[in-house]
Design a binder for this molecule. Structure first.
Ligand SMILES: *[C@@H]1O[C@H](CO)[C@@H](O)[C@H](O)[C@H]1NC(C)=O
Length: 315
């Protein structure tokens, strides 16, 4: 997204916000569901397929014969086994599931990549990103839109440095993904918190007080009385957000609010998949154990056929 697109996006948000004055800004990042299907293995394994492959990829397996599905699954097992010891552990499976779930993010980065990698060397330097994103905007000392590009750029550079693990000011694809989608990466959590705090902390004193917290989600606009949900939010702040009851939200309290430690869906699913396919109960999976249980992990024409039968029986 370049600056112009970003501005269009911002103004669209403003229009929505104006037409619906009581709409709350969504600041909280929840751990998303792995699938929109119901998880009921007695019925079918569609939830597990979506979780294991990502919904898009899961669809492609449904067209394959069982033999083709098993073969592709076998190749996937080799990729999951990141330390190459011949076993898939719960941890490796969890990491795989998390990555499969982020596929749309990686696709999104892939689409934008060529735009920023000016010299096509397979990495994106800060200079490349800055030139593409801010280019001529920075030369205009008095932009009519009043937008502070300099400030935006400083913020971007700080985030870029955080994403860039080895500190060489050059982002690999993985690092650039973390830069564009920081909320998806554990090591970017601090910067997500910091940026959110800066957005809300209007008087710049480094903490969020009750009025700033409310001001971020609601503007009075001449209302004589606050709607019920705003009163509820005030109560939330006092009772839950401000844990140490000092009247303000600090970094830790903001982090607990916007990045709640939700139920870890990927971890639960990894445990479930290991439990269901670990024949010798040694707590880890061989390639054979996974492929034996292929219909749990991936779809094929055979599983579709089975479902067609089930559906037929319902008539
Ligand atoms: C970025 O732009 C500056 C000024 O136009 C130029 O000197 C520099 O070479 C550019 N850097 C890259 C990596 O394109």
């Amino acid at each position: 997204m370049d600056v112009m697109q970003f501005l269009v996006y911002l103004s669209l948000c403003t229009i929505c916000a104006l037409s619906k004055p009581t709409d709350k800004k969504e600041r909280v990042h929840h751990d998303p569901q792995l699938s929109d299907k119901v998880h009921d293995d007695a019925q079918n394994f569609e939830y597990d397929h979506d979780a294991f492959l990502g919904a898009e990829e899961a669809k492609t397996f449904d067209q394959l014969t069982p033999e083709e599905s098993k073969e592709r699954l076998g190749m996937i097992v080799d990729k999951i086994d990141s330390d190459k010891d011949g076993f898939v552990t719960e941890g490796e499976l969890k990491a795989w599931i998390k990555k499969a779930q982020k596929k749309y993010i990686y696709d999104n980065v892939e689409r934008q990549w060529h735009e920023f990698d000016l010299n096509q060397d397979g990495v994106i330097s800060w200079d490349e990103y800055r030139n593409v994103t801010y280019g001529t905007y920075l030369d205009d000392p008095d932009p009519d839109d009043g937008f502070n590009y300099k400030q935006m750029m400083i913020r971007d550079e700080r985030r870029f440095k955080m994403a860039d693990k080895d500190g060489d000011h050059i982002a690999t694809k993985e690092e650039f993904t973390a830069f564009l989608h920081p909320e998806e990466f554990d090591y970017m959590k601090d910067i997500v918190v910091l940026e959110t705090m800066e957005d809300i902390d209007k008087n710049g004193d480094g903490i969020i007080d009750l009025e700033e917290y409310i001001g971020d989600m609601y503007s009075h606009d001449g209302d004589t009385e606050e709607p019920e949900w705003v009163k509820t939010e005030r109560q939330q702040f006092v009772e839950f957000r401000d844990k140490n009851r000092d009247g303000k939200m600090d970094k830790e309290e903001t982090k607990d609010w916007i990045l709640p430690s939700d139920y870890d869906h990927a971890e639960a699913e990894a445990r479930h998949l290991v439990y269901e396919s670990d024949q010798n109960k040694d707590g880890k999976l061989t390639r054979e154990e996974v492929v034996d249980k292929y219909d749990l992990f991936v779809g094929s024409q055979a599983t579709d056929f089975g479902e067609a039968l089930v559906r037929h029986d319902e008539f």
